[in-house]
Design a protein around this ligand. Structure first.
Ligand SMILES: *[C@@H]1O[C@H](CO)[C@@H](O)[C@H](O)[C@H]1NC(C)=O
Ligand SMILES: *[C@@H]1O[C@H](CO)[C@@H](O)[C@H](O)[C@H]1NC(C)=O
Length: 401
């Protein structure tokens, strides 16, 4: 109860300082100008959150209140971008149960998520497949192709086998051309969707030169953009450097992931860059100092950057330390944004609704139970909102001249 009281206090303070989200003012497509995102012509900076579980939870109508309440708590803390999965391949709760065969109940769950985001003024980043095995991913695609008689030796053939690539393209097409069963809007025409993501955390250890990944990204990015010129596109990269920036190999662990932050983001179809930062996980990009990626996005690539995932496992550190570390990432983003730099926002991993204990992974935050963390988030949201308002005012003055 004490925590709940503090949460209410934090929200009250937020209300005093942040304007309420004007849902209709949020309703345009997010665009790009130089190294900035824009919304309705004005620079757009925003914090966000990851919640991979939204579709699968919403596929059960009796659980949909968890999506709604998570969105409400997020918006109250100024979190207005949500990154989530638009895939679930095979397994016991599939969206795609076999190649090209879709489960309508899951799709209606995703429809609910998209419509609810629209109603609450949240922008979505939808990821289209997983490199990892959770919810199917590249291993499931490869398995499907084997079942169709393809000779495939390893999961990394996901990136080269022509049958697998057709399965993937068909999934892209199915998602983009989905007509929302709640509001009738085709996904590819819905500005609620901020961006598509080709694949969550692509890796191809079998070709550490990065060339296999480079070819796959080129093919899939142009395929997707041939179907949808309105939405932004990003790869889903974690931020590992490759051959094109060997000086930065020190950020990588053994340099064996077969991806390249610079060259993979250079395609004109890729609108912005991403990094995933888990300083406490040795299998991930261990960087709290995000300035090198921000700098490269700005000067080498000329594109905005989102810290699309970051977090710390709270079973290893106390809340205070964790809040401070989150604040460090936020201030790196803010100090770039304030100077017109490429960093545009950070998306914490991960937000849960209360009662979702089975989804806990150590990295979760339930805003209504974490007043101090909510406070850090609110502070950053307030700073970014003020920056947006200042820049929008400046732009209106310039337009009026
Ligand atoms: C919300 O935004 C719309 C579109 O920009 C604008 O016309 C409207 O006046 C705004 N409403 C409020 C309450 O600010
Ligand atoms: C977080 O840490 C706990 C305790 O060490 C561990 O059991 C859990 O697997 C970790 N979470 C992740 C996602 O690695």
């Amino acid at each position: 109860m004490r925590h709940w009281g503090m949460f209410v206090l934090v929200i009250f303070i937020l209300y005093e300082s942040l304007e309420k989200v004007n849902v209709s003012a949020q309703s345009g497509f997010i665009k790009i100008r130089g190294v900035q995102f824009t919304l309705n012509g004005s620079p757009y900076y925003a914090n966000g959150f990851n919640a991979y579980w939204l579709m699968s939870v919403a596929s059960d109508p009796s659980q949909r209140n968890k999506v709604s309440s998570t969105f409400q708590e997020a918006v109250s803390s100024g979190l207005t971008i949500s990154r989530t999965w638009a895939f679930s391949d095979g397994g016991n709760q599939p969206l795609q149960s076999s190649p090209g065969v879709y489960n309508e109940q899951m799709f209606q769950g995703l429809d609910f998520v998209v419509n609810e985001a629209r109603r609450q003024g949240i922008k979505l980043i939808l990821s289209l497949v997983n490199n990892h095995g959770d919810f199917g991913g590249k291993a499931q695609y490869v398995k499907w192709a084997r079942e169709k008689g393809q000779t495939i030796s390893a999961d990394d053939d996901f990136y080269t086998n022509s049958v697998v690539k057709e399965f993937y393209k068909n999934h892209v097409k199915t998602i983009l051309s989905r007509q929302n069963s709640i509001n009738g809007i085709e996904y590819k025409s819905d500005p609620t969707i901020m961006a598509w993501e080709l694949i969550n955390e692509p890796r191809c250890a079998s070709d550490s030169s990065g060339k296999t990944m480079q070819a796959w990204i080129k093919e899939m990015a142009s395929y997707l953009k041939s179907m949808d010129k309105e939405h932004l596109l990003e790869v889903g990269l974690e931020g590992f450097y490759g051959e094109s920036a060997p000086k930065d190999k020190q950020f990588n662990l053994n340099f064996k992931h077969g991806t390249d932050f610079i060259s993979h983001n250079q395609f004109p179809e890729i609108d912005f860059t991403t990094i995933h930062s888990y300083p406490d996980q040795c299998s991930h990009l261990q960087t709290t100092g995000i300035s090198s990626h921000i700098q490269d996005s700005q000067t080498v690539l000329g594109k905005p950057m989102l810290v699309a995932e970051f977090g710390w496992n709270k079973s290893r550190i106390d809340t205070n330390t964790r809040d401070q570390l989150i604040g460090t990432v936020y201030s790196g983003i803010y100090s770039s944004a304030r100077r017109g730099g490429a960093a545009a926002g950070g998306l914490i991993w991960q937000l849960l609704a209360s009662g979702q204990d089975s989804f806990r992974d150590g990295y979760e935050t339930v805003l209504s139970q974490s007043p101090s963390t909510a406070g850090v988030i609110v502070g950053q949201s307030r700073s970014l909102t003020q920056l947006r308002q200042t820049l929008a005012r400046r732009r209106n003055i310039e337009k009026g001249k």
